[in-house]
Design a protein around this ligand. Structure first.
Ligand code: GH3
Ligand code: MG
Ligand code: MG
Ligand code: MG
Ligand code: MG
Length: 316
């Protein structure tokens, strides 16, 4: 429904008296509206669900179920959004009006209804409808942009991998799960060898490109759904392998080194051939005393040893 123009509406007109329906229907059609008519509450509810009218004009007193019953049913079955329901009733007491509104009606007009009043009321409902639709749209847009902000906030812009923030969340989850299920958890700290020299020789932009390629490779190496490659910071990455034991971790590291060799990223410094990485591995079945910090510091110590032993290797 448009807010400022009198749009043609699909109106469901419910009244057990044919004469009432005829008069109103002619009125509404003369204004260009499409009218669906019925004389009882049950078929009104059916038509409401099937035809999704823009507005409902609803008599109260009808044989079998009355208009209040129909309004309640319509509100229950309304899948989304809001359809205006206006009661048109011969019951003119304040209490009747209040009961109608309570049953789900948006307005309550006393019969006989003046065509001018009816059209004014329809216009008001149109306006509310259009505002409500705008609100729903806005809420959807907000939800979508919230979700993309959320996704961005855990992503490292350079490599596209999970960033430190995302890693912290996953680490916490996986540590709890491994502790609960008494399953091994492997954490690897992977550090690019001699990367300062790379930057100093080829420049920072080239260095960024190299980090991107390594990030991509690490991401591709994590094949299981719960494996995670994250950028820890600078030229350091974390690989998290839930359910992976010590021997599994060593196999993974071997495979990683093999793919690094196949990738053969040239190291620009004199005397260096290809870019290599070193890794520190920490594997355990976590107990109550295991923390993220203890996992990381064990991996860090192992990385330090791998570097001291000459780089291009993994140590645990
Ligand atoms: P090692 O083999 O002992 O790890 O030596 P290294 O030179 O790799 O280690 P160091 O910690 O001395 O230097 C790390 C370098 O990584 C220095 C820093 O400028 C660079 N670096 C960190 N983050 C980025 C980045 O986002 N882009 C680029 N191009 N370089 C980065
Ligand atoms: Mg009636
Ligand atoms: Mg480093
Ligand atoms: Mg390094
Ligand atoms: Mg250094």
């Amino acid at each position: 429904m448009a807010a400022n123009t009198e749009a043609a509406l699909k109106i469901l007109l419910v009244d057990d008296q044919q004469s009432h329906r005829m008069v109103l229907s002619a009125e509404l059609q003369a204004r260009g509206h499409q009218v669906l008519e019925t004389d009882n509450a049950e078929s009104a509810v059916r038509l409401f669900v099937q035809c999704r009218p823009d507005a409902v004009l609803l008599d109260v007193e009808m044989p079998e179920h009355n208009g209040h019953w129909a309004a309640r049913k319509m509100r229950e079955t309304e899948p989304e959004g809001w359809t205006p329901i206006i009661f048109l009733s011969g019951l003119v007491g304040d209490g009747d009006l209040a009961t109608g509104i309570e049953a789900g009606g948006d307005d309550y007009l006393f019969k006989p209804v003046s065509p001018v009043v009816l059209h004014a009321k329809l216009r008001a409902m149109q306006r509310l409808c259009s505002q409500q639709r705008q609100l729903v749209q806005l809420t959807d847009q907000l939800k979508a942009s919230n979700a993309s902000l959320q996704a961005l906030s855990v992503r490292d812009p350079l490599t596209g991998l999970t960033n430190r923030r995302g890693l912290d969340v996953r680490l916490d989850e996986e540590l709890r799960a491994a502790r609960r299920d008494k399953q091994p958890l492997t954490l690897m700290l992977v550090d690019v060898d001699n990367f300062k020299l790379y930057n100093d020789t080829a420049g920072h932009l080239q260095g960024d490109q190299c980090l991107r390629r390594i990030g991509q490779l690490l991401g591709e190496t994590c094949r299981r759904p719960r494996d995670l490659a994250a950028r820890f910071g600078g030229e350091e990455f974390v690989i998290l392998l839930p359910g992976t034991s010590h021997s599994g971790a060593m196999l993974f590291a071997k495979g990683l080194q093999k793919t690094m060799r196949q990738l053969a990223l040239p190291h620009p410094a004199e005397g260096k051939r290809c870019v290599t990485v070193s890794g520190g591995i920490s594997t355990c079945v976590p107990d109550g005393s295991t923390t993220i910090e203890s996992l990381l510091s064990r991996a860090d110590a192992a990385l330090y040893t791998a570097k001291s032993l000459g780089r291009d290797r993994f140590f645990c």
